[in-house]
Design a protein around this ligand. Structure first.
Ligand code: AMP
Length: 283
């Protein structure tokens, strides 16, 4: 496995693969790999001839009061996991190489980025779409893999690829969960044992809403959300950031559940660890 921090060398190595007729898959990540990341890598390996994983904790997608400096990192451990997963290359640029002092360009997707996580994190998605555009231009992939855990991000990237005519197929990969249902996340590493036990309440609330919508055919979003919110509020460490039933293509909140709806949630554990999750309300 090649571990390459240089943008120029990454380009020329991938160019060589492309010239010899191989297809390229890209898995953008911020590292601290868990089974969710590995599912993306596996899907990539099954789809493309070459699997490139970018490992970059992108400073521009963190707000000033967020956890950029604390974000969990384990470079050696990540390289071992990627190697074991059959990854061909880890591209791991320095922040200074990605954003030189003269950097002035941003890429913004409107509307889709304004609700859900965009309310609390107004600049987050511009950071994501800017870095993903740069990663696409550096690696020139045929396929790019994103997790449904960050469903809003996946939707925004699909819009970006369409709107800017990137010749890239975006592949969404299902959410990988712990045994009790908690969605895997690098940020779960911040949780103490008791916070970890409480954190699963987000999944439980989404699951309750899903069961009521799918099994009992309840259609009134506000009643469904009220019962989900009550469940989370029973957990002393957890506060609701948002809970929303929205159309999965437009991400617009829906008063009545349709067969294109998902329930999206974000909580804060102990006021500092923000966790997100979502579930389809059909199928
Ligand atoms: P991150 O390193 O947190 O930026 O995540 C990198 C990619 O992995 C993103 O496309 C995430 O949506 C995806 N991902 C993170 N956690 C999970 C999970 N539990 N299941 C599936 N995909 C995930």
């Amino acid at each position: 496995m090649i571990v390459e921090p240089s943008i120029a060398k990454t380009r020329s190595l991938i160019d060589r693969w492309r010239t010899s007729g191989e297809t390229i898959g890209l898995v953008p990540t911020m590292g601290y790999f868990h089974a969710g990341h590995l599912a993306l890598m596996n899907q990539c390996r099954q789809t493309a001839d070459r699997t490139v994983v970018s490992l970059f904790v992108n400073p521009t997608q963190f707000g000033a009061d967020e956890d950029l400096d604390l974000y969990p990192r384990d470079f050696e451990g990540d390289c071992d996991k990627a190697r074991a997963a059959g990854v061909d290359m880890v591209f791991c640029p320095e922040a200074g190489a990605m954003y030189g002092a003269a950097h002035r360009t941003i890429v913004t997707v409107s509307e889709l980025t304004e609700g859900l996580c965009g309310v609390d994190r107004p600049d987050h998605f511009t950071g994501v779409t800017t870095v993903v555009t740069k990663l696409f231009n550096i690696t020139g992939p045929d396929y790019a893999f994103f997790g449904e855990k960050d469903f809003q991000q996946l939707t925004v990237i699909m819009r970006l690829v369409n709107d800017l005519n990137f010749n890239i197929k975006v592949v969404g990969v299902g959410i990988v969960r712990e045994r009790d249902g908690l969605a895997m996340s690098s940020r779960n590493a911040y949780l103490s044992a008791s916070e970890r036990e409480e954190a699963v309440v987000l999944y439980r609330a989404l699951k309750t809403i899903r069961d009521e919508a799918v099994c009992k055919r309840y259609r009134d979003s506000s009643a469904l959300l009220t019962s989900g919110r009550a469940l989370i509020e029973r957990s002393p460490a957890c506060t609701v950031d948002y809970l929303s039933i929205a159309d999965e293509r437009t991400l617009q909140p829906q008063h009545t559940v349709t067969d294109r709806c998902r329930v999206f949630g974000a909580i804060k554990v102990s006021g500092r660890i923000r966790l997100i999750d979502n579930l389809a309300l059909y199928g």
